[in-house]
Design a protein around this ligand. Structure first.
Ligand SMILES: CC(C)(COP(=O)(O)OP(=O)(O)OC[C@H]1O[C@@H](n2cnc3c(N)ncnc32)[C@H](O)[C@@H]1OP(=O)(O)O)[C@@H](O)C(=O)NCCC(=O)NCCS
Length: 195
């Protein structure tokens, strides 16, 4: 059962970005319980790809993330969004444009996750598409890029569906679950963006 404050129109705010099946809006502090539930439900899957998951141990950690996300937006560093199913009005994941730079480079890095029990329904690609549209159209970015673990075949599919191009690989770029892994670099330019 969805608590009253999370149901109906209250959940969708004026700053929503809408897609066909989803809408995205900035996280609110009241989302932290549901965010924690979504992370917990998907913990094993997320841990294979994302380092921050091992630091999200409680609802309080999720609340701190929501607060940090709001500060980063105020500082112009990142735009984090909760991803909601439009029909069920449920939180199904998150998407972000991080490492925002507008002075000389005008770029941002794309990130997205979808809860394990809602994957493979096209949500990931729709989030990426909506965020790219927001980045190019509303933020005026020139370039959006992504980094991915070479084993992350679903994310590669998502990036290709949205039109990203493979740009090369960085060797042993990061440590994930105690192992050094390469990072594939993918990018999409404003001039290549097809709505
Ligand atoms: C990457 C991720 C966001 C994709 O979400 P999603 O909602 O499942 O994405 P979509 O349904 O739009 O597309 C997934 C595609 O991957 C394909 N896929 C899934 N598992 C696959 C596998 N093991 N091998 C190859 N393709 C696979 C699906 O068939 C689908 O392609 P299709 O539409 O052509 O059939 C999701 O897997 C996720 O949250 N992963 C963990 C977090 C992460 O790695 N994020 C990216 C780095 S920030």
């Amino acid at each position: 059962m969805i608590p009253e404050e999370f149901s109906g129109a209250a959940i969708e705010s004026s700053t929503s970005l809408t897609g066909r099946k989803i809408f995205l809006r900035p996280f609110q502090e009241a989302d932290s319980a549901r965010l924690y539930e979504a992370v917990n439900q998907s913990r094993e899957m997320l841990k294979r790809r994302l380092n921050w998951v091992s630091e999200a141990h409680s609802q309080q950690d999720c609340l701190q993330f929501v607060q940090r996300a709001s500060q980063e937006k105020t500082q112009g560093l990142a735009e984090h969004f909760g991803v909601f199913d439009r029909r069920a009005q449920e939180l199904i994941g998150a998407g972000a444009l991080t490492r925002l730079t507008t002075r000389n480079a005008s770029r941002a890095r794309l990130g997205v996750w979808i809860r394990a029990d809602r994957q493979n329904h096209g949500y990931g690609a729709e989030v990426a598409k909506v965020l790219c549209e927001y980045g190019f159209r509303d933020l005026g970015l020139h370039r959006i890029y992504a980094r991915m673990d070479p084993a992350n075949r679903p994310y590669r599919k998502v990036l290709m569906k949205v039109g990203f191009r493979y740009e090369g690989s960085l060797r042993d770029e990061k440590k994930l679950n105690g192992r050094w892994i390469h990072q594939e670099c993918w990018g999409l330019l404003r001039t290549e963006w097809k709505k």
